[in-house]
Structures are given as C-alpha cells and as structure tokens.
Design a protein around this ligand. Sequence first.
Ligand SMILES: Nc1ncnc2c1ncn2[C@@H]1O[C@H](COP(=O)(O)OP(=O)(O)OP(=O)(O)O)[C@@H](O)[C@H]1O
Ligand SMILES: [Mg+2]
Length: 805
Amino acid sequence: MIEIATPGAGPDDVTMGAPPGLPERLPVLPLRDTVTFPETLTPLAVGQERSIRLVNDVLGSDRMLVMVASRDPEVDSPGPEQLHAYGVVGTVARMLKVPDGTLRILVQAGPRVRLDGFEAERPYLLARVVEAPDVMREGPELTALVRNVQETFSRIIEDVPYLPEELLMAVGNLDDPPALAHLIAGALRIKTEEKQALLEELDVAKRLRRLSEILARELEVAAIGSRIQSQVQSELDRSQRDYVLRQQLKAIQEELGERDPGEAEVAELREQLDAIRLPEDVRRQADRELSRLEKLPQAAAEHGVIRTYLEWLASLPWDTTTEDNLDLTHAREVLDADHYDIEKVKDRILEFLAVRRLKPDARGSILCFVGPPGVGKTSLGHSIARALGRNFERISAGGVRDEAEIRGHRRTYIGAMPGTIIRALRDAGSANPLFMIDELDKMGSDYRGDPASAMLEVLDPEQNATFRDHYLDVPFDLSRVMFITTANTLDTVPGPLRDRMEVIQLAGYTEEEKLQIARRYLVPRQIERNGLKKSQIAFSDTGLKEIIAAYTREAGVRNLEREIGAACRKVARRVAEGEHARKVGVTAPRVRELLGRPRFQFEARRRTRQPGVATGLAWTPVGGDVLFIEASAMPGKGKLTVTGQLGDVMKESAQAALSWVRGHADLDDGWFADHDVHVHVPAGAVPKDGPSAGITMATALMSLVSDRPVRDDTAMTGEITLTGQVLPIGGLKEKALAAQRAGISRVIAPRRNEPDLEDIPEHLRRDMEFVWASEVEEVLAAALEPPADGARNGAVRARGARVPR
Ligand SMILES: Nc1ncnc2c1ncn2[C@@H]1O[C@H](COP(=O)(O)OP(=O)(O)OP(=O)(O)O)[C@@H](O)[C@H]1O
Ligand SMILES: [Mg+2]
C-alpha cells in the first residue's frame, strides 16, 4: 500500500474541524449500509469509479464533499431518488491508494446538511446543500437524558465485545449533548435506518430519548447474549476444543491415508467379541464398555483400562469346550503308560471316571491327592487330563495369602488383573479344562482376606457356576471345570474344603519301587532329554540302588530323577568330547565317579554306638523320617530338661517316659534326686510333636541309666502310658519306608498296628523285621544290647527292667 500525501494535508488537518464557510453545492458521496454523524472521524472504502473520480477531484480543490446514506444497499450506483435527504459534510483528511485501484479515505465530518435538489448526476452527483442545525433547549430534562444515556451505554460496553473500552472514557467526559448522541449513535451496531433516523432528528432532547430507548433494548439483548454465552462457553471450552482438535487429527490422518487407530481398535475388539457366543449379561457388559471406549480419546488413561478389560473378555473361552473321552480302557492305558504300580490309586481314579461316565452331568466331587513330594501327584493329574482329552492347567495355592490372588482386583485398582482362576482359564483355552490346584495345604491367610473361602467358592459345585472374578465383574461358569487338588498333608487344609474332596492317599515308594520307576520311566526319559541313545548308556541295578541309597533320601522320586539326569549329563559330555566310543555302563563305582561323594550315610550305626541314644521313626508331611533321641544325666536336683523344639505333647511323653523309667530302673535310692536328666532331639531347627516318640524316649533313658547301647539296626515308634503300655500310632507305612531309607532293618512297633502290615509292600515286609510290642518291657528287650562284660557303672544297673542277656 502506498500512502499518498495529499498537498497541504498535515496531521493537523484531521482535527481541523469544519471548514469556515459552507459551499452552496457539494459533490455527493453515497454511503452504502452506513451513516456518518457530524463531528466524527470516519474511515471509508471507495471502490466505484464515479466515487474515485469524485475523491480525486475534491482532493484537487477544497476537499469537501457530502456523505449521504443510500436507502437501498442493494442498488449499486444510487441516483438522487435512492438517497436520503440528510447527510453530513466532510473533509477528506487522508487518502490511501490500494493496489487493486480502490481508495481508502479518512473523512473528518462537519455539520449536518439537508440536500436541497441535485444539480448534476455526472460524472458524479452534485447537490445543493443547506445546513440543518440542532434544536436544543437546556434544562434538567436534557441533563437527565444525558446521564441516562451515559450510564446505560457504560453498562452496554461491559457486555458487548465490539465496543472498545476507550469509548467509555470519551462518553463520560463528553457533556455536549448533541456530540454525545452522535458519538454513541455512530458506535452502535444498529440498523442503518435507525441511524439515519437519529441523524435526521434535529431536536436534541428527542434524539437522546430515542437513543436511550435503543440503548435499553441493546442492553437487554447484550445481557441475554452474555447469559447464553457463559452457558455455552464452558461447554465449548472443553468439548469444542477437544472436538476441534480431534477433527483436525482425523483430517490429517485421512490426508495421510491412515485409518483412525482408535476406531480401528474398537472395531477390531467388537469383531472379536461378536465372534464369541457370550452369555447375555456378559454381552451387555461388553457393549456398554465398547460404547464407552468409542467416546474416549485414545490418550485418556481410562482408554487403556477399558481396552485391556475388553481384551480379557474376548480372550476367555466362553463357549469353547473339548469333548471328554470317557473310555475307561483308554484311561487305564494312559495311567499305566505314565505311572508304575500305584494300583490302588489308579483303581480309585478309574472308579471316579466311571461315575462321570454314568452321570455325565453330575457335578462330580473333587479328587484330592495327598502325599509326600515327588510321588507323582502332579503327573497323575497330567495323565488324567490326557486320558480325558481335556486341557491341563496347574494353579499353585501355595503361599497364596490374599483373596485377590484367586479372585482378582476390582478394575478401579491401578494395574488390576483377573485372579489365578480366570488367568488359568484363558491359558487353558477351553471352558472345561482340568485344573490342578497344587499345595492346597500351604495356602495362608491374613488381613487381606481369606483365600480359603474364595477357594471354597471356586471348588464348591453349588456356587461355582456363577463364579465372579472382581476384575471381570461378570460371572463365569466354573462348573464345567474338573478340579484335582494336591497336598502334602490334610492337617492344614481347612475343614470345609476337606469335606468337599475325595481324598486319595499316596505314600512314598520303597527302594524296590524306586528302582522299578527309575528303570522304566526315569532313566529312559533322562537319556532322551540329555540327547543320548540307549546304545550309549545303560544304568545297572546296582548303580541305580547306589543312587537311591547314597544320593537321595526322599519318599518320592524327584531327586532320584534329578541325580539320574546329572549322571546322564556327565556321560553326554564325555561322549561329546569323544572320550567314550563304547556304551557306558553306570554301575555303583561309576556312580561315585560321576556324582562325587555320597550325600547320605547310614547314621544310625554311628549315632547309637553310645548308650543313651535311640532311633525313632516319625511321620512328616514329606514322608517318614528317622530321628535320634539323646538322653544324658548330670549331678543335680532331679530336674528334667527337654530340648529340640518339641511340642507340648512330645514334652509330656518325655515326662511319662522318665516317670516309667524311674519306677523301673535298678538304681540306688536317691539317684534320680541327685541327678538332672536332659532329653534332646537333634535337628533342633525342625519343630516336632506327637506322642509316637514315647517308647523311643523310654528306650534312650533306660539305655543311659543301664549303660547298655541301643541296637544300631533297630528303630522304633509307639506311644507310652505311665503304666508302660504301648499304644498304636499312625503312618506305619511311611515310617517303615523311612527306616528302609536310613538303612535300618528292624522296626519295633505297637502290636495294635500289626494289621497295617497289609499296606506295606510285599518286598519291604520281606526285607524288614517287625517286632510287635504291647508293653515297654518288650520294647526294651528287643532294643537294648546285652550288657557288656564289666559294664563301667557301679551305680547304674538294670533292676526292674527285665532285660534279657
Ligand atoms: N509311580 C510313578 N511312575 C512313574 N513316574 C513317577 C511315579 N511317581 C512319580 N513319578 C515321577 O516323579 C516325578 C515327580 O512327580 P510329581 O511332580 O508328580 O510329584 P508330586 O507328587 O506332584 O510332588 P510335589 O508334592 O512336590 O508337587 C515326575 O517326573 C513323575 O513322573
Ligand atoms: Mg506336584
């Protein structure tokens, strides 16, 4: 834009005011859609050719013209009839040429005039003008009108954005009534007709009254407008902004040829969910969440939460099931293929399956395998699943202390997830898998809720059809799941859980059984796993027996398998290094070479060399075990000390044993009053309890006071009464197995346990001597060595105890 300084037009021209004399005729500049008021400064755009010429001509002379509003804004070049009769004289103060050929002019308006006929229409209109001055009567009415207009206008300014704040000052300082009216009228955005009417009203008071009416109306409109504005604004601020941004994002993505990832995601989830036959309430929940997801922007934190939730819903096997194979011959074959012997257990399993076959819809009871580690509980579960053709999932209940681990956390938690049951279902991929719940006996409980009651709900056929995980918050039917639980002991399994299960006990294995299991299952498996061939390695029976006896001490076969694996690895390495061209025979000496020093020795021989030590047998959740009971005496006041982390019952039986021995030992009067007796059960870190060590304690004490050692091939178990009766105990089979593992060949047990012999495998009965006792005297007779010649004690001699020589 180039500004053309017009001749003689300094900045002062702008405030110059009206020219001194008013010419008789003036060129007419028609105004479209606007009205100028006297004594104001008005910018105008001039585009019509005749008007440009007009401006150029007046700039060459006195620069004066008259501005008159056109009656009809639609008409392009209004003639005399289309113009209003009143206008305002103006002086062009500035002129600016725009490159497109049009002009911008700034006009200082002078007085109002009335057009008194036209003299020419070409090249532009030329009219005769007569000044039309204001009519004004000063007085209180006029003052009141002025104030009213000023005040109303100041209120409008607050609400109307197009009016600049500076106007408020100008209006407040202006006390010339006509100038005030003109200033305000010019600033308002009202109809051209109204403006023109204000211009033509010569009576100042009337004009002000009219103006104040208009202002009152404008004020009301502005107030309503601002009310609407503030209501809409808050909505707009948030949603409009988001909406606009999202639309822009969408436009950009479309432009780039990308599909909106959010939409694609929702569509994909919907497809996934549509493909599944969901239960009705789940479907409803899914739809609800889908429509929430659609409305959320992807960046919202909640978006991810809902998406993960829907993914969980879509990943669960709502309507996928496998078909059961209830063919019992097939089941038998599978069980036999995977497990040696344990005939009773297999029979129980087959009976269980037979019932299922006859009553397919019966919500069957739950199998529970109880036994020491490594006896095949988990692997039996695997076999049953394989026989039935069901998917298998293992869930560990061990160490679960929190209900939420089973049932999940509510979705309102950060990082919430479904519990183990639902997770296992997803992994299983079918609605009727076989779930093996391991270590039911090791489930804890604390302030976070009782996992046992949650587990009960999972297992209970009455409740589990509508199992509700906290995270999913919709029920899942667990009644189709087959549950098998395992535990090392039932003692710590909550009663209500125990009541719902059909318990199958698995005891440990004998040396002979272990040998068979190793030969038939463990060795072939480990040979294969370690990349060997049968032509490269062979375990001899003596080799396996060596591993069983000297490298493992367990009820099951887990460590045995591990040691066999270790031996295979050693051989594999030698084969790989080319050391062995021919087949390696794993014999007893070779075992020592491969596995190093034996890990276990027969301790009983060493420990019982001294009088006062007896070998007992105990039952523990990991199978049976041997324990040594030591007794010693020292000068004192007849006190009994018992150590080794013993429970109350075991302490009491120590007391009972001591009382019986006091009454039956052949000792000088007062010996017990002058001595303190100490009974200790080593392996002090392991808590021990139960009454079955009674006869072992009596034997240790009698061995001490009679100075006769206990036979090193003998171990014992039995409860003692004060009168010397031997009462029956539990777990004879486990105890006998433990004795065998410890290299013991004679077991003294209560006579009333004799019928339990039936449970003990044939070959163990053959190898092990059982001595049945109903009184302590019989125990002592069988356990104690005959007194050595020249026994060193003077004071301690056997008396009441009928100890055979
Ligand atoms: N009678 C058997 N015949 C063949 N293999 C067996 C037999 N009993 C156990 N095994 C094998 O011993 C290993 C350990 O068994 P498993 O893992 O089932 O023990 P578990 O009873 O579940 O022990 P835990 O209580 O420690 O879980 C498995 O490899 C299994 O195949
Ligand atoms: Mg297991």
